[in-house]
Design a binder for this molecule. Structure first.
Ligand code: DAH
Length: 357
């Protein structure tokens, strides 16, 4: 028995992984292990012999089992130590302060607009940038040969040869998200839809990709007065002024009737724009009461529901609020520009905490 003991204790001490240890366990104290077989022999002994050998064998079995589990623990500790050594990290090293990024003015303004409308109960909706011809035009009451299609300088997607369906387009405005939101949610509804839009156009105030935010509010009792109040509240909050005068100018859009373009009172002094005072007017958005054909296209009964919609250029209001003169620079990825016009990444705009501070 001493030989048996010495043999296994030595083997266990020398084992250097889990599976060797497991093999040793089976070999020694498993069902058909050496020690287990010896225990079986107890049955053939005289009672006197058994009284001596029984406790000895049991003690040996216990000793081997404890040696096995002690070794197993030691192996696990060693593995953990090894891992900790490999993953060691000096948290006292100084940070790389010059690498701090900034939030792009478009992202900042989108967050500001979202915070303001969220406070008035509008949810954010999104739609695809590659849009069906139907959602971008027909559903918005712009049929096949309507001049508005040509005015929009649309980018058309490639169409497979022999495919007679109208090609998809890069959406020319966020208005198709009105249709998608009506299809998805029905009425009543209150959503804004910020996002990228595309038109083939390029100069100081136009880039082929730019940003709009659409607004849509439908219910049984919504009037032009609600539109006016909503936009006034928005403009005051966005430009962070107490008083602002809006001018609703009669206009025409296929998807609204009546339609209005909205200007804000402002002044230009020494190239500096001031909102809310002066004798100039600046156009900031298009709006109106949603056309019955548009409601029908979205699956909504115009005899029951009505409401307003508006569409605003995000880049435009960002340029106005933060005095950024050239739109093209927004998308040049010039680090000096981004550092100059960017916003601190942890200052999330909220109405209670301040929009732009
Ligand atoms: N979709 C128009 C554009 O891109 C903007 C617009 C005008 C949206 C009036 C509206 C609206 O929802 O009612 O020029």
């Amino acid at each position: 028995m001493d030989d048996l003991r010495d043999k296994y204790i030595k083997l266990i001490t020398e084992a250097d992984d889990e599976s060797t240890l497991e093999d040793l366990r089976v070999q020694a104290v498993g069902k058909k292990g050496e020690i287990s077989l010896k225990m079986r022999e107890l049955g053939k002994m005289t009672p006197d012999e058994r009284q001596v050998m029984g406790p000895k064998l049991n003690a040996l079995k216990d000793e081997i089992n404890s040696a096995l589990s002690a070794k197993r623990e030691a192996l696990a500790d060693a593995a953990l130590d090894e891992r900790l050594r490999g993953e060691w990290l000096d948290v006292t090293l100084p940070g790389r302060t010059r690498r701090a990024g900034t939030i792009h003015p478009i992202s900042q303004v989108t967050e500001e607009v979202t915070a303001i409308f969220a406070d008035m109960g509008f949810a954010v909706a999104e739609g695809p940038q590659v849009e069906s011809d139907w959602h971008n035009f027909d559903a918005l009451n712009i049929p096949g040969h309507h001049p508005a299609r040509a005015e929009m300088d649309t980018f058309y997607m490639h169409r497979a040869e022999g495919d007679e369906r109208p090609p998809h387009v890069l959406r020319t405005h966020t208005s198709p998200v009105q249709i998608r939101s009506m299809e998805l949610q029905g009425a009543p509804i209150r959503v804004i839809c910020p996002g990228r839009v595309y038109r083939a156009d390029y100069d100081q105030t136009h880039t082929p990709m730019f940003h709009q935010v659409e607004g849509l509010a439908l219910d049984t009792d919504i009037s032009m007065a609600n539109l006016k109040w909503t936009l006034e509240e928005f403009v005051k909050a966005f430009f962070e002024v107490d008083d602002v005068e809006l001018r609703f100018r009669a206009s025409h859009f296929p998807f609204t009737e009546p339609s209005a373009e909205v200007d804000i009172r402002c002044s230009w002094e020494g190239g500096q724009l001031k909102v809310g005072e002066g004798d100039d007017w600046l156009e900031i958005l298009g709006s109106g009461m949603v056309h019955p054909n548009v409601l029908r296209a979205g699956g909504i009964n115009p005899e029951v529901y009505q409401g307003f919609a508006f569409g605003m250029g995000i880049d435009r209001i960002a340029m106005l609020k933060y005095g950024i003169p050239d739109l093209r620079a927004f998308f040049d990825s010039d680090l000096r520009w981004l550092r100059h016009y960017g916003f601190a990444s942890l200052d999330v705009p909220t109405l209670h905490g301040g929009l732009s501070r």
